[in-house]
Design a protein around this ligand. Structure first.
Ligand SMILES: NC(=O)c1ccc[n+]([C@@H]2O[C@H](COP(=O)([O-])OP(=O)(O)OC[C@H]3O[C@@H](n4cnc5c(N)ncnc54)[C@H](O)[C@@H]3O)[C@@H](O)[C@H]2O)c1
Length: 259
């Protein structure tokens, strides 16, 4: 088992890639804190972990609340005696244009993609240090590597996450704390529908979110979106000791889109 004996936290874990990761990490031997605002969804994931013989605990709350984003770390450490890894997966598409931008929409995107992630990370560092090291993983995006004409604010946030990964990787390398990101392209989750359904030219007349998802995925060299499990596989590798000499990496998981 690739995460045997490890204790980890996955945010936005009731759905999509976070859910796939939480289930997979538990199967690989980790005890996993499943964090999400969707209480029933988080508990369903924990039940599935338990049914497969693993260890999970659900923490339900809104990660825009700094106290909650911080406390998930202390609660995990209290439950199992420490923290070895965190997958900061929560994020938000943000508005699709800057003209007509409501600053509240900008702030929501920054709060979820950057602020909450930072708060959780600050809380996690002493816990990882106390264990002699650990792994931090962030979810950026291909929009953290290349521009997206439909996601300028998301670009700001996800390029920021990649920058944070580079800086933290160097700062904490000597403490055996590795810091990496996965950069998914279109991935078949509810959030992909949120991206394409935002109100502007992204959804031309005659298109539905489903037809547009197909069209966008068709533009990926592999011709399809990622399955959430494919991103979870990359996350598993980066969080495991198999990646012991890998830090500061923003790994595209994108079917060749950024090649
Ligand atoms: N799906 C894609 O195509 C895609 C591509 C690149 C990057 N991403 C990134 O992946 C992450 C989202 O992953 P997904 O596609 O697996 O999403 P998803 O839609 O399957 O799940 C998102 C989860 O986040 C939870 N959530 C939302 N707001 C929250 C909050 N304030 N507090 C706590 N939980 C909250 C939701 O309840 C939900 O369970 C984000 O960081 C996103 O930017 C997604």
């Amino acid at each position: 088992m690739r995460l045997a004996g490890k204790i980890g936290i996955v945010t936005a874990a009731a759905s999509g890639m976070g859910r796939a990761g939480a289930l997979r990490f538990a199967r690989e031997g980790a005890a996993v804190a499943v964090v999400d605002q969707d209480d029933a969804g988080a508990r369903e994931v924990v039940d599935a972990i338990g049914a497969a013989g693993g260890r999970g605990i659900a923490f339900a709350g809104d990660l825009r609340d700094d106290a909650f984003a911080r406390d998930i770390v202390a609660r995990t450490a209290r439950e199992w005696g420490g923290v070895d890894f965190v997958w900061n997966h929560v994020g938000h598409p943000g508005p699709s244009a800057i003209e007509g931008l409501e600053l509240a929409d900008f702030e929501l995107a920054m709060d979820l993609n950057v602020r909450s992630v930072l708060v959780t990370t600050i809380a996690a560092l002493p816990e990882l240090r106390a264990r002699g090291g650990g792994a931090l993983l962030f979810t950026a995006s291909t929009s953290g590597l290349t521009g997206s004409q439909f996601s300028p604010v998301y670009n700001v946030a996800k390029f920021g996450i990649v920058g944070l990964v580079h800086g933290l990787a160097k700062r904490y390398a000597r403490e055996n704390i590795r810091v990496n990101a996965v950069c998914p392209g279109p991935t078949d989750t509810p959030m992909l529908r949120v991206f394409v359904a935002r109100p502007d030219s992204q959804l031309p007349p005659g298109e539905t979110p489903e037809t547009l998802v197909k069209k966008r995925a068709g533009q990926v060299p592999m011709g399809r979106p990622a399955r959430p499990e494919e991103v979870a596989n990359a996350a598993l590798f980066l969080l495991s000791d198999e990646a012991s000499y890998i830090t500061g990496v923003a790994l595209p998981v994108d079917g060749g889109a950024t090649a």
